[in-house]
Unconditional design. Sequence first.
Length: 392
Amino acid sequence: MTAFSSRVSSSRCPDYQSSHLTRAVENCLTALEPLPFSRGARVLLKPNCLSATHGPDLPVNTRGEVIEAVGQYLQNHYQASLVIADSGGMGSYGKTKRAYALMGLERAASRLKAELINLEEIGLIEIVNPQGKICSRFKATALLDQIDVIINLPKLKTHILTGLTGAVKNFLGLLPGSLKRDIHVIAPNGPLMAQALVDIWGGIKAKVPRILNLMDGVVALEGAGPTRGQARAVGRLMASTDPVALDVAASTIMGFNPAKIPSIVLGAEAGLGTADPSGIELLGDAGWPELPVPGFKHPFTRTREWAEAIIPAWLIGKAFDWLYEAKPRVRPENCRECGLCVQACPAQALSLSEGGLHLKQKLCIECYCCLEHCPSQGLWVPRGLREKILGD
Ligand code: SF4
Ligand code: SF4
């Protein structure tokens, strides 16, 4: 008999109707019972509240209806005292409240009689993760000192920098305001960002060990996520106490090889979760072969990273650098000069002047935070030689 290290439960959920969500949440959470906390616990519901620009038409943020259904389960079964809190993404500084309104969080909090806290408005504490390779010491929300349990509620989405936006990545929202920008500066590419995310999650787990993750995959985001992709009906909720294992299931849905997703590999290497599907017990109405959604669109490949994995960097040289660099370009006809990308850029590579939006190529670290936050496709990234020479 196989000894499983982690469990992931999943349940079909065709839409965001309350009765469907209630049943799917029940299916996912009862399969994992007993949950890792006691009655009356003070529970943080932590959604993905990335964008203050997109409403439910583009599945960028966790839906308020999912948060409400999870909160109801926790109140019914654990008499939990609920706090809903997050902070907006880098292009949404100071706009977390607007994101809450777009997500329906005010309504969910009122129905659940939960506290709704904007993490931009409260203090910070220092978190230490002695095992951290990039972030062994960082600041995060002081709310972590005041709760017993975290229910991490990510959205099923692709991500142009890290492959997928999964359960591990969602903890980044516990670092409000410019703290996220600081992480992008010290971790300017996909693999480094994945290490930083694992370090951050490891530190948060040491502070609040009781963590449960439930992913909103009813309508996912495919293509150039986390904010520029397209909606894709997947019709599934999934849950696990192990965010690495949950991300393995999420990447399987999206057609990624989990062994190629850095946050999964590094999370398992840090001893924080299970990356090997054979060590994960999948509970619920689907087995591993039923999970993949055919033709799920991936973000453009960061070709240079893949090339560097097989060719020594010293052989690549300047020509190769030019060929595979993937710095954004401005699409002036789409740019509304709103400044969101300037605000989001951690490297101060973008500026607005009378001549419009300007990118200082030398400063750009290819993190794509600007693309994440542009509401009007005012930036684009050339894919390959043809687009690099001929343009968009
Ligand atoms: S210009 Fe865009 S891709 Fe370049 S560093 Fe700034 S946010 Fe990142
Ligand atoms: S590129 Fe997009 S985010 Fe940047 S100023 Fe133009 S419209 Fe705004």
